[in-house]
Each structure stands twice: as structure tokens, then as C-alpha cells.
Design a protein around this ligand. Structure first.
Ligand SMILES: O=C(O)[C@@H](CO)OP(=O)(O)O
Length: 243
């Protein structure tokens, strides 16, 4: 173990979802895991079990693909007892007017480059949808308790960062500061928002980073949550890291 480690943070992107498999822009649509996604989440638990870590608290989104991934992962390490907080702020980036479209068909219509910009750029949002659109969270009973004005109808990664980071700083950082081990099960882009902050990735470099599904990223953190080490637990399915 690296010296001066104060806490451990594990970030896990949900296992493959039904719309990942169908190659559709998903965002806030609450699709479930596929059979492969379920296997990936169980494997995440097995990989974590080998690390012998004990977690103090878990966080996840309001979306069942991430919630189920958390549950299967915690089951795999026999730590289902830990407190678990769900927050919409950890949801996937809202894909606005692209929601539900097939990614390859969208490339054929708008070009590869435009689709890459929508998917991976820092500050280019997808087309916005109105609050009367079926895909707007204002029409989803899960978000009935929230003011529609704060719920997104299409977000860039930058906009996603603007709700993920205040949540992380206000609700999660205190546990890491106190030396607790924390697991967050979330989504490709809400996790990229966190990665950007934790690794201090420049806006222009963030398109180069993305999370594999169901592969826990284990971060050893020092003082003030400085990243001391980072590695994906499934070596064969890892992606580049900004360190
Ligand atoms: O569709 C989505 O919501 C996300 C994650 O699956 O896709 P992308 O890879 O385009 O960020």
C-alpha cells in the first residue's frame, strides 16, 4: 500500500444496460442491466473481494442500472449492511434531444465528428428538450419532489459537472476527509465529471477519458483527497487514466 493513504474511493460505472446494448443515447432514461451487465456487476464484487477492503458508506444515483450494480457489488463483498445514499445529482448526463436515438444512425445523419463532440466534449450540450417532453425529468414521478427548474433537459459534461461536484464536495468529501472508505456507483459521464476534478484534467483533455462498464476504479487518496494511486481492478477491460 502506498504510504500516506488517508482513504480509499472506488468508482464503478454500472454494468452494461439495455440501451448500451442497443447503442442508444440513454442519459436519464431508467433502463435496467442486461444479463451481461449483471455479470459485470457481480464480477466487480468478486474483484473487490480480492482487495479485502471494507467500505464505510456507498453513494449512487436515482437510476436502477447504477443502484443494481451497487447492490450486486456489495453483495459480492458481503457488505450490504453499509449505509447507502441515492442522489439524482449522480445521475448520468441528460442527453436532451438525442435521448433514445441510435448512436450509429445519429452519426450517419450528423457526421462522426459532431456525434463525438456531443458525446465526449466538455462544454457542447446536446439539443435541449422542453419540460413537456416525455424524456424531461419534470414528467418522471421519481423527480416529483424537485423544482422542474433545477432538473436538466440536456447537459454538456460541464453542466453535469456543475451538479456532480457540488454534491461530491458537500456530501461525500467529508467522509474521505475523515478517513472513511467510500464506493460510488454511477454513470459514464457523472464519473467523468468526478475524474476531471479528482485528477485535475484540463477541459481539452477530458474527451480522451471514459469509464468501462462494471470495472471498479480503485483510488488511494491522501490529504485533501489528492490521488496517490489509481487502477482498474479488471486489467483486461481497463481504459487510459489521467496519471
Ligand atoms: O448514452 C448514454 O447515456 C451514455 C452512457 O452510456 O453514452 P455516451 O457513451 O455517449 O456518453
Amino acid at each position: 500500500m502506498t504510504t500516506d493513504v488517508k482513504s480509499t474511493l472506488v468508482l464503478v460505472r454500472h454494468g452494461q444496460s439495455v440501451w448500451n446494448q442497443e447503442n442508444r443515447f440513454t442519459g436519464w432514461v431508467d433502463v435496467g442491466l442486461t444479463a451481461q451487465g449483471t455479470r459485470e456487476a457481480k464480477k466487480a464484487g468478486k474483484l473487490l473481494a480480492k482487495e479485502g477492503l471494507r467500505f464505510d458508506i456507498a453513494f449512487t444515483s436515482f437510476q436502477k442500472r447504477a443502484i443494481k450494480t451497487l447492490w450486486l457489488t456489495l453483495e459480492g463483498i458481503d457488505q450490504m449492511y453499509i449505509p447507502e445514499t441515492k442522489a439524482w445529482q449522480l445521475n448520468e448526463r441528460h442527453y436532451g434531444g438525442l435521448t433514445g436515438l441510435n448512436k450509429d444512425e445519429t452519426k450517419a445523419k450528423h457526421g462522426e465528428e459532431q456525434v463525438h463532440i456531443w458525446r465526449r466534449s466538455f462544454d457542447v450540450p446536446p439539443p435541449q428538450i422542453d419540460t413537456d417532453n416525455d424524456y424531461h425529468p419534470a414528467n418522471d414521478p421519481k423527480y416529483a419532489a424537485y423544482d422542474p427548474a433545477i432538473l436538466p433537459g440536456g447537459e454538456s459534461l460541464k453542466m453535469t459537472t456543475e451538479r456532480v461536484l457540488p454534491y461530491f464536495n458537500g456530501q461525500i468529501r467529508q467522509f474521505l476527509e475523515a478517513g472513511s472508505n467510500v464506493i460510488i456507483s454511477a454513470h459514464g459521464n457523472s464519473l467523468r465529471a468526478l475524474m476531471k476534478d479528482l485528477f485535475q484534467v484540463a477541459d481539452e483533455d477530458i474527451p480522451g477519458f471514459e469509464f468501462p462498464t462494471g470495472n471498479p476504479l480503485l483510488l488511494e487518496l491522501g490529504e485533501h483527497q489528492k490521488v496517490l494511486s489509481a487502477r482498474y481492478l479488471d486489467e483486461k477491460r481497463k481504459k487510459p487514466l489521467p496519471m
